[in-house]
Design a protein around this ligand. Sequence first.
Ligand SMILES: [Zn+2]
Length: 88
Amino acid sequence: MRVQALPEKDMHESMDIYLCECSDRRCADPIGMTRPEYEAVPAVPVRFAIALDHENPEIDRVLIEKPRFATVESSMERGKDRSRQRSP
Ligand SMILES: [Zn+2]
C-alpha cells in the first residue's frame, strides 16, 4: 500500500528557536525545536526544554534526549519567565 509522503521540507523549516531553560539563570543558549516538540514540553510546570548536557543532576531528571535538546523534569520550579518571549 502506498502511503502519502510527509512534506519533509516543511518539517525541517518549521523549526523555531527557543532559549535553554536549564537551572543556570544566565544561560541563554538557543535550542531548535519544532512546533510539536515545543508544545509537548510545558504540559507540566516543572518540565523544561534545555540544551544538551545542561541538566543539573541534583535537581533535573532527563526525560527525553533528542539530537538538539533534552526535556527534563526538575524537582524545583524555575524562577524564569516562562512566557518564552524574546528579550528586548
Ligand atoms: Zn542552559
